[in-house]
Write a protein that binds this ligand. Structure first.
Ligand code: SGN
Ligand code: CA
Length: 573
């Protein structure tokens, strides 16, 4: 009870402190605060944080002890925060806008805070995942091993408890570790002193968080709640005499893009369309024709598009109740959501009969991309809060902040949403690293890097040994602005979740160099080859064209070599 009272007093103090700093440049001025209560049960692990430590932390934080925060770390063991937002694609980040030659070109930045991280640190323009889907990407992040080595080939597998991950290694080397937000890997999070994670994908509203000490019901918008939980751990759970590593993973912008504070953004205007919105896949192989990830046909009126009445039938849309139940929406939350979409939905109901398929796709695209960017703006605001906290506590300079997405995403390119493909939109991940004490500001790096490299990089930064089994390479030389001559010239890719699984994207593997992408679809025995210099949107495969015969053969050889190097024998049927 005493602990609860002290926690409450401390949280109140922190709120006051936050108010004082609310003009901080990292906080977006436009955030509309939601009119919903924030109820919570704070249950910290009594084993990992004693009452005495907590009291000391409170006293220290109230000014009786100054700048405790930095005393615990040095450049040799910096703090580390990894942000691995779910499905956050590079086309929707301001810091990437001017370099991407494919896809949606936005007319504004939805990510001022993330952009600022890029301006103050290093951004990787050519970062790619090894397998563009959630669980596999997260398992690669934790283990530094490709999917065929870590056992998580698709979203159907859970991570094995027997695997040694980088958080476990950091823990053994004096780091305090925490995992907050989307976990998704099935088994209980290992290697963390504290965790507070969503069940599975988690809802956009009112999530139940699974913690080291049992479940906690939270009320409010999940993007804000994940930050609240992370900040609570930083304030009350963190041991100031140890360096820390926290994984802070947003659920947003994963499907079904249900905004909170930003619900009313973009009400008065439409957003640009990608040039390939109406593309018919005529230059692509069979796999592209067989997918089920089209905005026009795959998206559902209720769940995806937030249209409660099916405009074709006038009946309630299938799944509307599900949306309310899955998010446990209160009347007030539901009303606010209904109000935000009312005017555009009314337009759809009134005009549906006269709308062509093209008009309908345009309407659905606007609804989709606006919601995607709304939930992105919310993530960006929360990243801003986190950075503001670090700055206030004098932690920012010696904390390595990694901002990344767990893969890319289609924002209407090819008329699609979702990911999975080796294509640029899906395979490229945004990757930004900010560390004032260790990285020069404003570096734009073009080396081919992968999520596979993150575990070895973090271990290298923490001064610990990198196990031989890890298949990635430390990016530390790149962080220092160096350009090692022997850096990789090609990235290897594989995707295993073929039909009949959700979105029906055929299994494939391939290679991407600085100029070409070669991909093989074994279930169709077909190939595609893209010359990204002339075809950045990858709409015209040149596989089999005589002019490309030589490069085609070289790339096939390169795939063989990479499969050998990574010991990937999963394709040798
Ligand atoms: C859910 C989504 C899919 C998505 C997968 C995998 N449907 O099944 O659209 O591809 O997750 O996403 S949903 O309507 O239920 O959200 S992943 O990021 O976890 O790999
Ligand atoms: Ca994902």
């Amino acid at each position: 009870m005493q602990l609860r009272l002290e926690s409450a007093a401390y949280l109140f103090y922190c709120k006051l402190k936050e108010k004082k700093f609310s003009k901080n440049i990292w906080l977006s001025k436009t955030t509309e605060k939601m009119n919903i209560g924030y109820l919570k049960t704070v249950k910290f692990n009594h084993n990992s944080i004693s009452k005495a430590t907590l009291c000391l932390m409170i006293l220290f934080s109230m000014g009786l002890h100054k700048s405790h925060a930095q005393s615990n770390t040095s450049v040799d063991s910096p703090n580390i925060i990894i942000m691995y937002s779910d499905d956050h694609t590079a086309q929707s980040i301001g810091a990437y806008q001017n370099v991407l030659r494919y896809g949606l070109k936005l007319d504004h930045t939805p990510t001022p805070n993330i952009d600022r991280l890029a301006e103050g640190g290093i951004r990787f323009y050519n970062a790619f995942v090894t397998n563009s889907i959630c669980k596999p990407s997260r398992a690669v992040l934790l283990t530094g091993m490709h999917s065929h080595k870590n056992g998580v080939l698709t979203n159907g597998e859970s991570i094995s408890l027997d695997l040694e991950t980088f958080p476990m290694i950091l823990q053994d080397n004096g780091y305090q570790t925490a995992m907050i937000g989307k976990w998704h890997l099935g088994t209980e999070p290992q290697g963390f002193d504290y965790y507070e994670v969503l069940y599975g994908q988690g809802p956009y509203y009112n999530p139940t968080m699974r913690t080291s000490n049992g479940d906690v019901d939270r009320h409010g918008h999940t993007t804000e709640i994940i930050t609240e939980s992370a900040l609570e751990w930083m304030r009350l759970g963190r041991e100031p005499d140890k360096p820390f590593m926290m994984i802070y993973n947003h659920k947003a912008p994963h499907r079904n893009w249900l905004p909170g504070p930003a619900l009313n953004d973009y009400q008065d205007r439409d957003l640009p369309e990608p040039s390939t919105l109406f593309y018919d896949y005529s230059g692509l192989a069979t796999a592209a024709h067989e997918q089920d990830m089209e905005i026009g046909t795959t998206m559902s009126w209720a769940w995806d598009l937030k249209v409660p009445i099916n405009p074709a039938t006038g009946e309630p849309s299938d799944g509307w109740e599900n949306l309310i139940e899955r998010n446990r929406l209160t009347d007030e939350q539901l009303q606010r959501i209904m109000n935000a979409y009312a005017e555009d939905n009314e337009y759809l109901y009134e005009n549906y009969d006269q709308m062509s398929n093209q008009d309908l796709l345009r309407w659905k695209y606007q609804r989709y991309v606006k919601d995607y960017l709304r939930v992105i703006r919310e993530v960006d605001d929360e990243v801003g809060k986190m950075i503001a906290y670090l700055e206030r506590e004098n932690l920012l300079d010696n904390t390595i902040v990694v901002y990344a997405g767990d893969q890319g995403f289609f924002l209407g390119e090819n008329g699609w949403f979702d990911k999975r493909w080796i294509y640029e939109e899906s395979m490229r991940m945004p990757l930004i690293v900010h560390w004032p004490e260790g990285i020069d500001a404003g570096i734009a790096n073009k080396n081919l890097v992968q999520n596979l490299d993150l575990a070895p990089t973090v271990l290298d930064l923490a001064g610990t040994e990198i196990p031989d089994r890890m298949q990635g390479r430390s990016m530390v030389p790149l962080l220092k602005g160096e350009n090692p001559e022997d850096w990789r010239d090609a990235v290897y890719y594989h995707y295993y979740e073929g039909p009949p699984r959700v979105h029906e994207v055929a299994r494939h593997y391939g290679v991407r160099t600085d100029r070409y992408t070669l991909v093989h679809y074994p279930d169709h025995n077909e190939w595609e080859l893209f010359d990204l210099e002339y075809d950045p949107d990858q709409i015209n495969s040149v596989y089999g064209e005589p002019d490309y015969a030589e490069v085609q053969q070289q790339l096939k050889n390169r795939i063989d070599e990479l499969q050998e190097q990574y010991e990937d024998y999963t394709w040798n049927e």
